[in-house]
Design a binder for this molecule. Sequence first.
Ligand code: ZN
Length: 274
Amino acid sequence: MAPDRNNSEYDFSRCKMCATYAASPKYELKKTTVYACAACDFHFINHLDSFPSVPPDDATKRLDRKAWDYIEGRLPAGRKQLRKNLLLVQRHMSLSGAHCLDIGAGAGLFAHLLAEAGASVHGIEPQGIFREFAQQKYGIELNGETIDARHWQEGYAGFFDVVTLWDVLEHVNFPAETLRNAYNVTKPGGWLFLDTPRRDALFYRISEWLYHLSGGANPLFLESLYSPLPFRHKQMFTLRQLLKFVEKTGFSITRMHCSFLHPQNKIVLVCRKP
Ligand SMILES: [Zn+2]
């Protein structure tokens, strides 16, 4: 049975990863609660984003000068990482003429880099303000329909040579579904590249210890790692969970990079659809 998509009706005792009713509150944070699954130890918060995220008449979410400057001001920080990501993709394949899909394209910078490298690019970005920015800044038309939409699942099944999920799996409502849908639009022999923060990293562990020692008063980094605000972090994977999850979807993992010590710990995976 498909999980209920309504935030107020979804039963968070149902694990978003293994679908058993074995999850219960583990960390009570200021604005949200982290649930942990007794069956698979997946950690996720009791919040789902609703779509569309912004009512069409919400003037505070328009791309005015202030919003433009804010988005543009944050580009340099992301550019360095996304250039590295581009090199990682190019190490595995030639982008010239390749059909690429960037899921969670944000302001369109990675889609722009792919296009510059000669790829034929599609991008998904649910936030209208970012789509508008990408259109005006790079001339790229991002699509607001998420990967589970029929537009993608029926119109682009087995189509893409490359699918990218940079910093996406921790943000989406149902990561297992997102990954399955990404698999479906990938061509046999095509590539999936992803990165996501790692939960079994030192800073998360220290935060958990402190939470327990302080009786919940000091959750350290847990407050900043999860948020009920739209499109923020809803779940985090351990390395083992992520590898199992990706392989279960059907991808084979050809390369992995991860760090245990860095606070911005990320797992980077290069995967292939058989
Ligand atoms: Zn579970």
